[in-house]
Structure formats: structure tokens, C-alpha cells
Design a protein around this ligand. Sequence first.
Ligand SMILES: NC(=O)c1ccc[n+]([C@@H]2O[C@H](COP(=O)([O-])OP(=O)(O)OC[C@H]3O[C@@H](n4cnc5c(N)ncnc54)[C@H](OP(=O)(O)O)[C@@H]3O)[C@@H](O)[C@H]2O)c1
Length: 338
Amino acid sequence: MPNTFSKSVSKFVTHTLQLLTGKPTAEEVDMSGRNVIVTGACPNSIGYETAKILASWGATVVVTSIDSIELMESSLRRDLRIIGADEKKITAHILDLCDVDSVNNFTTWYRKNYNDRLHVLVNNAGIHKNILKPREKPPMTKDGFEIHWRTNFLGTFHLTSLLLPILKQSGLESGDARVVNLTSHLHDRVKNKSMFNDDGDYHSWDAYALSKLALIHLTFEIQRRFAKKYNLQSVALHPGSAKTNLTPIEEFEGKIGYLLNQICSTFTSLFLLRPIVGAQTSVMCASKYPLQGGSYYERCEVAKSSDDTKDQDVSKLLWDNSDAWVKTLVKTGRDRHE
Ligand SMILES: NC(=O)c1ccc[n+]([C@@H]2O[C@H](COP(=O)([O-])OP(=O)(O)OC[C@H]3O[C@@H](n4cnc5c(N)ncnc54)[C@H](OP(=O)(O)O)[C@@H]3O)[C@@H](O)[C@H]2O)c1
């Protein structure tokens, strides 16, 4: 208990410092010649700011949205124009991590249009449903999974595994490729065993935390498998608590709901980081050279992830299970990549 209390105090203090100072910030790095994918970069999000900064530093950036790429691309290009950067550095494309065909189509399109070169994959897209109604279970995905697990972990695993061949190739050619996974400090509210056994007691924060815990395992496993041989570094990070679109407005309905939305919006603006501040650790992990792969980052520096994330047997088991799932997609003819 005292340990939990001191952890909460420490999280509160670091958050307040970041909120008040906007620091730390990532130091500018020349990113020319680097191809980057940032998944999930809608306006007012951490991904949006991450993509914008990396493109303004010279990277060629592809951003993704489930269905609204026009607005995303035009806003990002306008922002780049305003700061005098090359707006053509950013292109948006459709990607729904929960849809096997969408992930296939995206990776096929990317490989064809970017000559099989990918230096940095920022797995930023993610959801956290029912934040204020955590006992209410959101609908399962159409292929029958809990939605946080399917989107934040399985979808990310699927995308990453399809892009691994070109990440490895680009790591060999350039000496430095990266997978940057957006996780959360909330991963420490759940234990490894809950990833394999559903106790039936649903809580959306736990579901979210499990998907992020799994993503940290994925991060460490990629590092163990591919860092030495392919120069492929893999890191996980917590961006800080930022005011983005993570809590959809439909959380509250009706007239009272409208009022609650207004109150919450004002409150969160005062107490949460701006997306650009939340993007700093992602930007740093995508750009700083050299980077300490196989690590978990917060506030632009290596931080301690939970003890459960260090269990290599669990990382391997998760990898094997998820890989076996991806192979079932190949068998059913829905995934045509080698
Ligand atoms: N904000 C925070 O305080 C906080 C704290 C810890 C961790 N994080 C993590 O940081 C990352 C970015 O979050 P954010 O706060 O910037 O959230 P956000 O504003 O809600 O942005 C999330 C992005 O993910 C995309 N996305 C959602 N479901 C998807 C799917 N099925 N397939 C593909 N893309 C999908 C969204 O796509 P559309 O553009 O199509 O809507 C959106 O662009 C997330 O992984 C989140 O878990 C955030």
C-alpha cells in the first residue's frame, strides 16, 4: 500500500511539472532520408503532433486514420506550410487495425509506394473506451475479440509483423530502424496472468491496461529477436496524460450529458498536457540517436516498467500465440504477405 501511494505521488508530481513547464522536449534531429509511419494521427492527438514534428525535421511521414484521411492530411500539410516546411513530406492513408483486409491493403500500398523502406514505425493508434463507465463492456469486435485487446495489441501486432521484413531490411541498410510503441503507465494496474485468463469481472481500465502490458511485452520481444541481427531497436513509452480525443464525446448523452461534457472539457484542459507536450517522448524515441532499445520511456528518458513486463517467458508466449493467430489469417487467405 505505501508503495502504491508513493508511486501515485511520484506520478502526480512528474505530471504537474510537465504540465507547468511543457518540458522535457525532444531535441531536433535531422530526419532527412528517414521513412516513418505514425498510426492514428487525427487532429488534436499525440500522433498528429508526432507526425508534424518529424516531418518538419525532414522525415517522410505516412499517417493513418480509420476513415478520415482528407482532413488529417490537409490539416497537417497546412501546419507544415505555416512553419515553412515541405508539406509533401506527409501523406495520409486509411488503416483500421481491427480489420484484417485494411491492414493488408495498407501494408501492400506502403511497400509499393515507399520502395520497401521503413525506418521508424510509431505504433501510436489506440483506444480507451468507457473511461467513465468502466463496468460497461463495449461491444466485441466483429471477429469476436475484446475491443482494447484487438485494437491496441492484436491489430498492432498484425501490422508490425507485416512490416517487419522491411523494418529489418531498412535496419540492415541504414544501421538503424525502430519500432516505437505507445503504451501507458496504466500497464502496471494489471498482472500477466490476466492476459491469459478472463476472470469475467470487466473493467475497461483493466482491459486497456492489459492491451498496453501486452504491447510492452511485444516491444521487448522484438528487441530480443531482431536488435542485434538487424539493427532494429524497439521501445515502449508512456506519453504522459494528455487531452486528446481518447475520451469520445459520446461518453455523455442528453442535456445533462452536454453540461457534463462542458465541465469535463474545462477541467481536463486545466489538468492534462497539450498533445504537443504528450508527443515529445514519441518524437524523441523516433529520432534520437543512439537510442537505448528494449526500454520503456517516460518524459523523454528511460523509466521503470512493471516487474511483470520483465518476464521473458510471458513475452515469448504472447509472441507465439499472436504469431499463430496472424498465421491463421494467412491460412484463410486474408493475409497475402510472406
Ligand atoms: N492521451 C493520453 O493521456 C494517453 C496516455 C497514455 C497513453 N496514450 C496512448 O497514446 C496513443 C495516442 O492516443 P491519443 O491520446 O492521441 O488518442 P486519440 O486522440 O484518440 O488518437 C487515437 C488515434 O488512434 C486511431 N485509432 C483508433 N482506433 C483505431 C483502429 N481500429 N485502427 C486504426 N487507428 C485507430 C484514431 O483514428 P481516427 O483518426 O480514425 O479516429 C486516432 O487517430 C494511444 O495509443 C493511447 O493509448 C495516451
